[in-house]
Design a protein around this ligand. Structure first.
Ligand SMILES: *Cc1c(COP(=O)(O)O)cnc(C)c1O
Length: 401
């Protein structure tokens, strides 16, 4: 299978509408992807057919792990993990406040309590020292969120989870293809969740995957995605039987063969796409290193960053108002910046249900007021990278003047 050049042609560029707008992230679908999906549409199996297993096997091979379990989205992947380790009422799972709400919600789905541990202000990754301070006899797991695509401090987190005999989970929805030292993300934690939403590294429209080396947990999660039933329709057809048993309570978190065919086609492009994300990030790093007031997040020397997001602190000594102004001015220039994330504990649901309050996680809250995510995606052309750099520099210089 051939791999396309990561540099888009003039025709491929997203130039619809009156004004050219550069989104913060975007999928890249080519004719090969469309062909692969069309093939499945003409076949016997639209869902729970051969493409699901093929995608799982290929994904496990790419990551270098024994098991990959495909589900309907990244949130379902996190939920399946929480169910597989038996999270229930009263159980505590430690999560960072700087993440997408789904990380903490997955704990709540099972009746558990998410316990927040503040982040390292330089990287916005969960701080192992903060994690240690949050461990109680009820703690069952720690979720490492590889924010923006940078792997967490896994050595320190593993030392903590080993010491307490609890599970280390990775939410690597930002970090497909990232490495911590020599180890690939997806092989480090006990279970790792990935997402195939269109803004993520590869897409299936909606989709998710869990990787693990534990076959028993993988089997539990394969049941969980299919109502807790011990065999699927295709397997029963092969065995010539109608009989099945529902052994646990599960959900319909199945992924279709249509989506898995797209996933297989997309997965082949991952190495080139990661290289292009790295290239754009290096251009940003170089351009902003000399601009006062603009500071990219710190990247640890031992990691290979997957750059789902490129995040800058746009006003190190500034305020939320300054960031809001920065955001608006960039949008006016056609630069579709975004903010990742509003700290989870500040959402009304978490305040109501768990009594979370402003001021509880000061490092996350302070960082949140300053961060902005710049456009980064493989199909982004050189001209768009220049546009973003020039716009950011012009706004920053106007503040400095
Ligand atoms: C995207 C994402 C999810 C959820 O994935 P979906 O596929 O959208 O359900 C969970 N956690 C993080 C950190 C994400 O970025």
């Amino acid at each position: 299978m051939s791999v396309e050049s990561p540099v888009p042609s003039e025709k491929q560029k997203n130039t619809g509408g009156m004004k050219h707008f550069i989104p913060y992230g975007r999928q890249w679908i080519d004719e090969g992807d469309i062909e692969a999906v069309g093939e499945v549409l003409r076949s016997d199996w639209l869902t729970t057919g051969p493409k699901v297993e093929e995608f799982e096997k290929e994904f496990a091979c790419v990551i270098g792990v024994r098991e990959a379990v495909a589900v309907s989205n990244g949130t379902a992947a996190l939920h399946a993990i929480m169910a597989a380790i038996g999270i229930g009422p009263g159980d505590e799972v430690i999560v960072p406040p700087i993440t997408f709400v789904a990380t903490a919600n997955a704990v709540v789905f099972q009746g558990g309590n998410p316990v927040f541990a503040d982040v390292d202000p330089e990287t916005l990754l969960i701080d192992p020292e903060e994690v240690t301070g949050k461990i109680t006899p009820r703690t069952k797991a720690v979720v490492a969120v590889d924010y923006a695509g940078q792997p967490c401090n896994y050595d320190a987190l593993r030392a903590i989870t080993d010491r307490h005999g609890i599970t280390l989970i990775a939410d690597a929805c930002h970090a497909l293809g990232a490495r911590y030292g020599e180890k690939k993300v997806g092989t480090i934690a006990d279970m790792t969740a990935f997402s195939f939403h269109p803004v993520k590294h590869i897409t299936t429209g909606e989709g998710g995957m869990i990787t693990t080396n534990d076959t028993k947990l993988a089997d539990t999660m394969r049941r969980f995605r299919n109502h807790g039933i011990d065999s699927d329709h295709r397997r029963r057809g092969e065995l010539g039987t109608w009989y099945y048993e529902m052994v646990d309570l599960g959900y319909n978190y199945r992924i279709t063969d249509i989506q898995c065919a797209l996933g297989l086609s997309q997965l082949r492009k991952l190495p080139n796409w990661l290289a292009r994300r790295q290239e754009i990030a290096q251009q940003y790093n170089k351009a902003f290193s000399v601009i006062p007031g603009i500071r990219p997040l710190r990247v640890a020397p031992e990691v290979y960053h997957a750059y789902h997001l490129y995040v800058i602190s746009c006003c190190p000594n500034g305020s939320d108002t300054r960031r809001g102004d920065f955001f608006t001015k960039l949008h006016e220039k056609g630069v579709g910046v975004n903010v990742h994330y509003i700290p989870v504990h500040l959402h009304p649901f978490y305040q109501k249900r768990f009594g979370c309050r402003v001021g509880q996680y000061p490092k996350a809250e302070k960082a949140y007021e300053r961060i902005i995510s710049l456009p980064i995606f493989p199909q982004m052309g050189e001209r768009d990278v220049r546009t973003v750099i020039d716009a950011v520099i012009r706004i920053a210089e106007a503040y400095a003047a």
